[in-house]
Design a protein around this ligand. Structure first.
Ligand SMILES: Nc1ncnc2c1ncn2[C@@H]1O[C@H](COP(=O)(O)OP(=O)(O)OP(=O)(O)O)[C@@H](O)[C@H]1O
Ligand SMILES: [Mg+2]
Length: 267
């Protein structure tokens, strides 16, 4: 388990508070009366079977998907009732790495990274470029990657460019949707360590959707389990191991779960 400095839950250490969230697409109810708290400074893993609504939940947090019911509070700001100006401030304070990376294939790496600065700030082009180059460095990419196009990069490098873009507005909240999917184990472990370093050095709060058990063991302080349309449990892995819910038992104690636990000396 990652060393955690997370305090006990109090009203003040909750960065994102979801209450009673319901999401429906036609007759498909994806979330029903879902509650979740993301605590300041934690790395929270979000797991659940394919199609259970992990990506929809991230999209709901950032307002790309409007919930039918329930409330979303970020830093104490109710994202449905606050003024536009207040909501805009909160919106500029998160960074997102989407499941498919979502880089613009016709833009260079540097232009992809500085895209949010161009859209949401009045920063001069020269300063935008310096900030983008700094973020490139921050995610461990060489400066000669700057003029390249996404199609010229490996999958791991593209993920890092996506992360650099997610960091470009200096967010306090980082939402990552399966950031290590498709990476080889060495690349995935390096990406995990990068996320951990960023959290530790910048004090970010991270919510990371993942199917990667190694990532959960390596960097997550707590893990939230999405099943039966709600967050069924959210806890440290040792505590989740005692949760009798069959999917949780199968997930952590099936062959892949045992292998990941063995690697961490938990099994
Ligand atoms: N815009 C949309 N319109 C209609 N249905 C949608 C929409 N977005 C998502 N869904 C449905 O919501 C459900 C949850 O999808 P979601 O992509 O959140 O799953 P997921 O847990 O992220 O799965 P995976 O692990 O495969 O990424 C699926 O049944 C999906 O078809
Ligand atoms: Mg998804």
């Amino acid at each position: 388990m990652a060393a955690s400095t997370i305090e006990q839950p109090t009203a003040n250490n909750v960065l994102v508070r979801l209450r009673g969230i319901t999401n429906r697409f036609g007759r498909n109810t994806v979330h029903e009366n879902l509650d979740l708290d993301i605590r300041k400074g934690e790395i929270l893993g979000l797991i659940g079977g394919s199609g259970t609504g992990k990506s929809v939940l991230l999209r709901t947090i950032i307002g790309l998907n409007k919930q039918q019911n329930g409330s979303i509070e970020i830093m104490g700001v109710n994202m449905d009732t606050a003024t536009e100006a207040t909501k805009a401030k909160v919106r500029n304070s998160w960074g997102v790495l989407f499941q498919d990376g979502a880089l613009f294939s016709s833009l260079s790496v540097l232009d992809n990274i500085q895209f949010p600065l161009r859209e949401f700030t009045h920063i001069s082009p020269a300063l935008r470029e310096s900030i983008a180059r700094m973020k490139l460095h921050m995610v461990g990419l060489p400066q000669d990657a700057a003029p390249k196009f996404p199609g010229d990069l490996s999958g791991g490098m593209r993920k890092r460019v996506g992360l650099a873009r997610a960091l470009v507005m200096d967010p306090f909240l980082l939402l990552l949707d399966e950031p290590t999917a498709g990476l080889d184990p060495v690349g995935a472990a390096a990406f995990d360590q990068l996320v951990l370093t960023l959290r530790n050095s910048l004090g970010l709060t991270v919510c990371m959707v993942t199917h990667d058990l190694d990532s959960l063991y390596a960097i997550c302080d707590r893990v939230a389990v999405l099943a039966d349309k709600k967050i069924l449990a959210v806890d440290t892995i040792p505590k989740l191991l005692d949760n009798p819910y069959p999917w949780i038992q199968e997930y952590f104690k099936g062959p892949r779960g045992r292998a990941a636990a063995f690697g961490k000396g938990v099994a």
